[in-house]
Design a protein around this ligand. Structure first.
Ligand code: ARG
Ligand code: ZN
Length: 872
């Protein structure tokens, strides 16, 4: 039952105005809807009216005030059909729904007793009968009726226009949203919430009230989100000329939420983990995540809400662009190189794996069974990389003109990715037709590069060859337009050489365009032998292979003018050393550490860093997951052993340097989530992790003291993790116990407590998961808890991939239970099992066995689609 992009047709009927009344009750909420419907001008007369609806008990239905007889409409699994309707009419329906039974967290549900909604992508059909598709845009007027005691706060989109008392201790508020929107942007919140309020005056002089609504005990955790919101609002005005368009902007924090947050018009709903922070409970990473997500949802007000998607195949139109916008915002407010390094190392690990696996799909898919499965790294992050390439291709000025054109031309409309790219093409005068293939072709392009310096003529020839491996359903790939930013670093001077290509001067840091399968680029007037620095700042989402020697890499690591490539050269150098050690481990040969890596680290530790956060990244070895990505066949144990060996060898050789760096970076100033402090903390904690890898006595003492000093969650969590991941239970147990008791009341901190213990390398990780599943703070119906315990365990590579298959079995058991409770989370959680092709035969069989076992269940569409792909 897949849906195809090529089948798109405009809706037969559209809704211009929607009036809703909710009479809230946990078991039996009544929803009255009055839809102002008219036939779509481009569609033929006489088409039946088809509305989506799931799990709704219909109580009444009328057209233009006339109740319909039983033979005048039909109810199906998927909705409601009325065979004959006028060209223009009012449709009244009344349905009953049970928010308290809604564990899928789509539609209207309850979280900690409060009511909230999640409608994207297709949750609105669990609220009322409606054309639940983004190209139907209506103004909304919503009345919420609740118990004045239990639900003193009643929120929806737009502006409150009326409120009052009702008999029986009930009260109501009516909200009006003047901006036409698709129903996926509808939201309702009701409960005993408290607010923090602030204000913002837009560039155009509109005074906007900003509110963050939380449970009372979280009132002290909203400052950072509020400050981030104000920064984001200003940034969008200054950078994109986009102003906010209502008098009120609200954020609500809820504990049970499938994703990070949702951009509902004027009423963003957030996973509490994506909005609440406090120095005592949230790490630097959490502070930065909150800033990024608050900005992301706010930016959707234009890229997503004012201009939305024609259909869900266009999801990346809003998500790719908005992720790109939030990435730039975060780069502007933090250390930009470190932001880029973090983005790319995450992208190359997780998105590359998705692109290489059975669920690989284009940034604009051409079919799907369950759209909920397509909120992926490909749609979001690869989509953002494509937008970034576009920005670099046309340059910022043209990009900004294209963006203005896009928002002006399509304001209030539901449009496509072509519409967006066409604006960029018009604004820049560039032909972007080949570039558009990025949206339709799945898989990670690989570029094989090699170069040759001709001493006699001062010429450097660079040959690039691209290929994209086949992906499911796409055996043949066409060449893409790939922009490669590069420099040629002179080996004598250590400087970027001026680039001359076809007689044209490109500066010292230029962009070349790969269009063909294979292309040669001949640089002339190259005064000395260079080492090429390719795909600077990750100029395209590709794997680039170049036969660098270790000497080349060590040279680039210190001399490349591009900070990102300096870091990447170090990663490549470490990967080469790791390759040897992985082979040695597999062959049972003695492991020998590559002295060049030690010397590179020694130099890094000796230099006075200009950006400590970058240095911390440079001192961080590639993760086990990223190393695995580079291997033809993943040997989890060899990878773990090799990485551990490198880490310990570095710690032994450079112990005093790490100690010195630790000491130099422990400051006792009051905590602030600011780039400089964050950089210091990361550097200090990286140094400590090396010392702890050899369980150095002094290191242990430092970790213990750092834990007990209890200065801020970043330092406490770093120290606790190192203690718990050590081989010494006398260090792990008391720290875990103290932390667990201290934070038993705080669900977000308990999530961290769960994750830390089940990520430990010791062989009891699996038993701990089982034990913790019975912990009073754990719950399968709370997605954060599932991610913190089960999701984190599945990332614990040596333990999840235990040779006895117990890790796989545990995951499958949980997936089977979640299939009933929360299909969206179940389908996400199963991902690690779908990557079976990458492992040895024994593990393949075990993983497939678990997938087959899951397949034996009555599957939700979400899980069905993923399992079928994984076993295809
Ligand atoms: N649009 C939201 C965001 O990116 C995410 C919505 C996710 N919805 C879902 N059913 N997975 O901010
Ligand atoms: Zn988004």
């Amino acid at each position: 039952q897949p849906i195809y992009l090529s089948d798109y047709r405009p809706p037969a009927y559209r809704v211009t105005h929607t009036e809703l009344t909710f009479d809230l009750d946990p078991a039996a909420t009544r929803v009255k809807a009055r839809l102002h419907v008219e036939r779509h001008p481009d569609r033929e007369a006489g088409a039946p009216l088809e509305l989506d609806g799931e799990q709704l008990a219909l109580k009444a239905i009328a057209i233009d005030g006339q109740p319909l007889g039983e033979d005048e409409y039909a109810l199906t699994e998927r909705g409601l059909r009325v065979e004959r309707v006028p060209a223009r009419f009012l449709l009244d329906t009344e349905v009953e729904i049970a928010p308290e039974d809604n564990t899928a967290l789509e539609g209207l549900y309850q979280s900690n007793g409060m009511y909230c909604t999640q409608c994207e992508a297709e949750g609105f059909r669990r609220i009322t009968f409606y054309p639940d598709r983004p190209d139907v845009m209506a103004t909304f007027s919503t009345t919420v009726i609740g118990d004045a005691g239990r639900e003193p706060v009643l929120l929806s989109n737009g502006n409150p226009v009326e409120r009052g008392e009702l008999p029986g201790g009930r009260h109501f508020v009516t909200w009006e949203d003047p901006h036409p929107k698709p129903c996926y942007l509808f939201a309702l919140v009701a409960g005993d919430l408290k607010k923090v309020e602030d204000g913002f005056t837009t560039a155009g002089g509109r005074d906007v009230t900003l509110q963050i609504w939380v449970e009372e005990e979280n009132l002290g955790k909203t400052d950072h989100a509020m400050a981030s919101l104000k920064r984001a609002m200003r940034w969008d005005e200054e950078t994109y000329g986009r102003e906010y368009d209502l008098d009120l902007f609200m954020i609500v924090a809820v504990n049970d939420f499938n994703m990070g947050a949702m951009e509902n018009k004027g009423l963003n709903i957030f996973n509490s983990a994506a909005v609440l922070t406090h120095p005592d409970t949230a790490t630097d990473a959490a502070f930065q995540r909150v800033e990024g997500i608050v900005a992301h949802e706010y930016f959707h007000n234009w890229s997503g809400n004012r201009v939305t998607c024609r259909d869900w195949f266009q999801l990346s139109l809003k998500e790719g662009f908005t992720v790109f916008r939030d990435q730039c915002f975060s780069a502007d407010t933090n250390s930009a190189p470190v932001k880029r390094i973090e983005e790319v190392s995450f992208f190359r690990t997780a998105q590359f794996a998705e692109d290489a696996g059975p669920t690989a799909h284009p940034v604009r898919p051409d079919h799907y069974i369950e759209i909920g499965n397509f909120y992926t790294l490909t749609i979001y992050e690869k989509g953002a990389e494509i937008v970034r390439m576009l920005r670099n291709l046309v340059g910022w000025d043209a990009f900004r003109r294209g963006s203005d054109r896009y928002f002006e031309r399509f304001d209030g409309q539901a449009v496509t990715i072509e519409d967006f790219v066409a604006c960029m093409a018009e604004a820049s005068g560039r032909d972007l037709s080949q570039f558009l293939r990025w949206y339709d072709q799945a898989g990670t392009p690989e570029i094989d590069a090699h170069g040759e310096y001709d001493y006699a003529n001062g010429v450097y020839r660079l040959v690039l060859r691209q290929r994209t491996p086949a992906t499911p359903g796409q055996p043949d790939k066409r060449p893409l337009h790939i922009p490669i930013r590069l420099g040629l670093v002179g080996t004598k001077t250590g400087r970027d050489l001026p680039l001359t290509l076809d007689g044209e001067a490109l500066g010292t840091d230029g962009v070349i365009h790969l269009h063909e399968e294979e292309q040669e680029f001949v640089f002339t007037e190259v005064a000395e032998a260079p080492v090429p620095s390719l795909a600077r700042n990750f100029s395209a989402p590709v794997k680039l292979h170049f036969p660098y020697s270790r000497e080349d890499l060590a040279f680039l690591q210190t001399h490349d003018s591009d900070g990102f490539n300096r870091w990447d050269a170090g990663q490549r150098l470490a990967l080469l050393a790791l390759d040897d050690l992985i082979a040695a481990h597999r062959n049972g040969v003695e492991k020998v550490m590559d002295g060049r890596v030690v010397e590179a680290f020694r130099a890094l530790l000796a230099a006075e860093p200009d950006d400590k956060a970058v240095l911390a990244e440079m001192l961080t070895l590639p993760s086990e997951a990223y190393i695995a990505e580079q291997q033809p066949l993943v040997d989890v144990d060899a990878i773990h052993a090799a990485r551990q060996f490198v880490k310990q060898s570095l710690a032994l050789a450079l112990r005093d340097d790490f100690l010195r760096v630790y000491e130099a970076n422990r400051r006792e100033a009051p905590y602030a989530p600011e780039p400089e402090q964050i950089g210091e903390r990361s550097l200090k904690n990286v140094a400590l992790s090396y010392l702890m890898s050899i369980e150095d006595e002094e290191g242990i003492e430092l970790a213990r003291r750092q834990f007990e000093a209890d200065h801020n969650m970043t330092d406490v969590r770093a120290a606790l993790t190192l203690l718990v991941h050590s081989s010494r239970d006398d260090l792990a147990d008391p720290a875990l116990r103290a932390f667990g008791e201290k934070w038993a009341h705080d669900p977000l901190v308990m999530d961290q407590w769960f994750s830390i213990q089940v990520s430990r390398p010791q062989s009891d990780a699996l038993e701990r998961v089982k034990f913790l599943m019975d912990h009073p703070a754990f719950s399968l119906t709370n997605p954060n808890k599932v991610r913190a315990l089960i999701g984190a365990f599945a990332q614990n590579r040596i333990n999840f991939h235990r040779a006895d298959g117990e890790g796989y079995r545990l995951l499958a058991d949980v997936v089977i239970e979640l299939n009933r409770l929360n299909p969206e989370i179940a389908a996400r959680l199963v991902t690690p099992l779908t990557r079976w092709q990458r492992f040895d035969e024994t593990r393949q069989d075990l993983m497939k066995g678990e997938l087959e076992r899951i397949r034996g269940e009555a599957l939700s569409p979400n899980l069905y689609e993923v399992i079928e792909k994984a076993l295809a």
